[in-house]
Design a binder for this molecule. Structure first.
Ligand code: 5GP
Length: 208
């Protein structure tokens, strides 16, 4: 079991509607040490890849994205949702159905912040059906940039987003993959991650 799975077991709760609540360290209060551990692990999993920008979506992706951007020493850009739009800049706009709010959202990035020479690592807190992620990919492609990879804290493996993105050929790395979860019994099962990853977590923990 890795640090994130442990943290989810200790502090997470399962809500009706297949929602995992991890407000105590990611979605409301932010545990910086967990952000750091995730950013370290993401950087390790994408080693050798050139990244010049981190892209996420407001609000909960911003914390991990910022810590990761600091490690790469590159800017972080977050896509905004239309209800907060107050800018007259030219924008790239994409559509995403919100899993948590059950509505269609427009998401946008002002044109100066995504470019055709960008090599973008996309980061978010959760991956469920992949709607938010596909909107972010769309924004990068509208700008003519390249998606180097996609990293998420929690992939909900019982939903199809991860499967679709991998079948589209994207390099997707998830720090924890929920295989199944049950609201009534409050039980959760994680998909086993590749062995080398587990070993490196152990080593890292021992070294720290
Ligand atoms: P998707 O677009 O992949 O269907 O859903 C991903 C987005 O919905 C994430 O940006 C995240 O904010 C939200 N989300 C999806 N499932 C969950 C969940 O179980 N818990 C929380 N806290 N957010 C979720």
């Amino acid at each position: 079991m890795n640090f994130l799975e442990e943290k989810i077991l200790q502090e997470g709760s399962i809500k009706p509607g297949n929602v995992l609540k991890i407000d105590s360290f990611l979605n409301h209060q932010i545990d910086i040490d967990i952000m750091r551990q995730m950013a370290n692990e993401i950087k390790r999993r994408f080693r050798g890849k050139e990244v010049n920008k981190i892209l996420t979506i407001e609000a909960s992706g911003i914390a991990i994205a910022t810590v990761l951007a600091e490690m790469y020493d590159v800017p972080v850009v977050f896509a905004k949702k239309s209800e907060t739009a107050n800018s007259t800049d030219d924008k790239y706009v994409a559509q995403a159905y919100s899993f948590t709010h059950k509505q269609m959202n427009q998401v946008f990035v002002s044109k100066p912040y995504l470019r055709d020479d960008d090599k973008v690592l996309i980061v978010d807190d959760f991956l469920a059906d992949g709607q938010a992620m596909h909107a972010l990919i769309d924004l990068v492609h509208q700008a003519g940039g390249a998606v180097v990879g996609i990293a998420v804290a929690v992939e909900k493996g019982q939903q199809n987003g991860g499967k679709i993105l991998r079948s589209e050929g994207y390099h997707l790395e998830s720090m924890a993959i929920v295989e199944s979860m049950d609201w009534e019994t409050q039980t959760i099962r994680f998909r086993e991650q590749p062995k080398e990853v587990c070993e490196s977590y152990n080593l890292k923990l021992i070294n720290e």
